[in-house]
Design a binder for this molecule. Sequence first.
Ligand code: TEU
Length: 518
Amino acid sequence: TPDRGWWRGAAIYQVYLRSFADGNGDGTGDLAGLRSRLQYLADLGVDAIWLNPWYPSPMADGGYDVADYRSIEPVFGTLAEAEKLIEEAHDLGIRTIVDVVPNHASDQHAWFREALAAGPGSEARERFWFRPGVGDGPPNGWQSIFGGPAWTQVPDGEWYLHLFAPEQPDFNWNNPAVREEFLDVLRFWFDRGVDGVRIDSAAVLVKDLDSVEESYTDHDGVHDIYREWRRVSDSYGGRILIGEVWLPDQDRFANYLRADELHTAFNFDFLSSAWEPAALRASIDLTLATHLSLDAPATWVLSNHDVARPVTRYGRAVTSWDNADRRDGMASDLELGRRRARAAALLAMALPGSVYVYQGEELGLNEVEDIPEELIDDPMWERSGHTVRGRDGCRVPLPWSGDEPPFGYSTGSPWLPQPASWRNLTVEAQQEDPESMLCLYRAALRLRRRLLGDGTIAWLPLGDEVLAFVRDSGLICVVNLGSAPVDLPAHDSVLLASGPLADGRLPSDTAVWLTPLS
Ligand code: TEU
């Protein structure tokens, strides 16, 4: 069969560079650290890495405030090192995907500084959304996604729009100069060998400022932008476009996956689903139905740098994900959460399409919920009026080795403190333990390469509390979401289990991969 694209069944590992590995002892992860650990990723068995923004940035939003789209943040390294990384990863069979942030820049971006200096009515201001206020107030009542007004006033009296933090002014995508600029940014990184881009906040680029309601999500005009992007990526021979498209409406979501637009988009429906059989099954069915007609593979995501770690999430009474997660005082049974997270991983990896693994997920890290207030870095904390603690808890530096922080992550002091309890979760502690989360991920990713990837499923009727299906290769996946052990369907052998079986039966919150009867 012809190669329909490596990405269709890929396992993509998300590197939050700032917290992956620190090569120079300043406490912040960097390219040197990542390059020194590439073999770990090859051994894990992933096909590609996606790096969160690595550009020069004042870090008002963890790098999602980009000051220069064609360079590397000096704390992370140099452009030459980035090129080396891309090459070394390729040598190990790992592709590289970079984050592109088109909705907004940093307020330190040259264009925004120019716009501030040039003043009202200037061409430079037309690259952003500058408007006079109404009376003493902002042009309209839009609220920012992080909380507070979406407008900030500059000294000459005009206001500019920012859907996120004030340090992240929104680009005006009606302006052809903005469109040209980003096509050129794409070419810049494709020329340097990157295999694809992850498009940040992909659905909110086009705005209707005359609307009283917040009117920026999923305007039809956004599709013209991605058609242009697709022409560029196609001209480079199949570099891929991955959209961060948060849209509850699956039909609207599907529009982004038309043949001349994005290749794939993150499946947030599955990510936000409760750990509950009917909800998960409905989400899987909806996802597969949506993608079937599109010739676009589904994606499966259990975590990323914005949401609470699965071990913590699944250990809570309310397991569905939303921003309320970031409030204090939500108890979690981590042992239960870990059991479920292991089962969830086997589920996600058995489903047709591509799968994302966020760094630390493979180690079963928990959300760190007791970061001292003075160390909280996420702007959400400030902007929410100190009601939402923010996303730092899933961004804590990885534990690699040793018995105490910084666990081989750095020779200095990590930018966020690591819990002492992670001594049992280091890569070193887990790699020799066949029962560990890391070994489960390694084994699953290895089998997945051979037996899974893109394709179809057929459900097996095993009762309301069990998710069971057969893949094209014949592999059977069974997940028990009920409270009592269940019998396995007829099978030849057990390939992999997320936990021990009980007298041949599948216990609660456990998943298993089986080979069919021959
Ligand atoms: O996230 C887009 C987005 O909508 C988020 O605000 C999301 O709703 C929030 O993080 C939930 O907690 C992307 C990035 O993934 C995020 O890290 C950035 O902060 C954001 O864009 C702005 O660039």
